[in-house]
Design a protein around this ligand. Structure first.
Ligand SMILES: [Fe+2]
Ligand SMILES: [Fe+2]
Length: 302
């Protein structure tokens, strides 16, 4: 917690300016925080999940629409959430509910960038889940943090299209001399990892989610946290790199990213619980996972 505070305190004024108005999005963080909290609570049940979703009628109706969509090809019409959970499983339902509340909270900002960020978030969630599945460790957390990791960028875009677009322009103009977070730092004195971690902390998301959001462009920083955060940060980092390789990055990037680069990053993937064989196994599963992500995105993206 001290590290988080140290990282945030010096940037507090800017953070409040950018994220302040969104920190009070009560329905969003209330429901989403409860859905996320369900992962950390072994006592939580399907009934509990159904109750949380039902507490927000708009969310409940959107979730049921998705459950009844051709994506799941159910043989019967599902009209209540407990039934939906019984058919699709607890985790799948939790993912749908998180996706819906995440998309619905931020339907502001310049459409083209927002849609790209939404799409990236879904793909990154599915790819992080795929990687974590290889070691069967923190799989659900990997999905969650994949979905939420660039929320700072979405908050920045929602705060000011102009600032976001200028930052992007400066990044692209320098043709690989700076990374996108460095371009943000120059423009704002902070980057989207600070904005995202600040919001995550204010919304009472679990510590590991906040820490991983903060570290996702700075692996060294994650070494100051406990082992689960170090692991999750690397899983997310690899999923983010895979998104770049597969053409679903958060912003149009200028650096070149290849599968060979990923396979050469042994230090990173070994700390993500993978050896070369497991990484190759995950890579072999990429196509169906990308298709699932695309279908899920098309349902949520509206
Ligand atoms: Fe990022
Ligand atoms: Fe990302």
């Amino acid at each position: 917690m001290t590290i988080i505070r140290d990282e945030i305190l010096s940037r507090q004024a800017n953070l409040d300016k950018i994220a302040g108005q969104y920190l009070s999005l009560k329905t969003f963080h209330g429901v989403l925080a409860k859905i996320i909290a369900i992962i950390n609570n072994p006592a939580s049940s399907a009934k509990h999940l159904a109750e949380v979703i039902q507490s927000d009628p708009a969310l409940a109706s959107r979730v049921l629409t998705i459950v009844n969509s051709p994506l799941y090809a159910l043989s019967q019409q599902v009209t209540n959430l407990s039934h939906a959970i019984a058919l699709l499983g607890f985790n799948e339902m939790r993912h749908i509910a998180m996706g819906v509340s995440f998309f619905d909270a931020f339907s502001i900002g310049e459409r083209i960038h927002l849609v790209r960020l939404w799409k990236h978030s879904i793909y990154c969630a599915k790819l992080a889940e795929l990687l974590a599945t290889q070691s069967r460790y923190l799989v659900d957390e990997a999905f969650t943090v994949g979905l939420l990791h660039d929320i700072g960028m979405i908050l920045l875009l929602s705060y000011s299209n102009r600032v976001f677009v200028t930052t992007l322009y400066n990044y692209k103009f320098q043709k690989g001399q700076v990374t996108f977070p460095e371009s943000e730092e120059k423009m704002l004195g902070l980057n989207h990892t600070h904005i995202g971690a600040y919001a995550s902390m204010k919304w009472n998301f679990p510590g590991i989610i906040t820490e991983t959001i903060l570290c996702h462009h700075n692996l060294r920083l994650s070494d100051k946290f406990a082992q689960p955060t170090q692991y999750l940060t690397r899983v997310l980092f690899l999923a983010d790199q895979l998104c770049k390789i597969m053409g679903v990055a958060s912003v149009e990037h200028v650096e070149r990213h290849t599968v060979e680069d990923l396979l050469a990053a042994e230090e990173i993937y070994s700390q993500a619980g993978l050896d070369r064989e497991k990484l190759e196994l995950a890579l072999a599963r990429i196509d169906p996972v990308m298709q699932e992500a695309e279908k899920f995105f098309s349902l949520l993206g509206r």
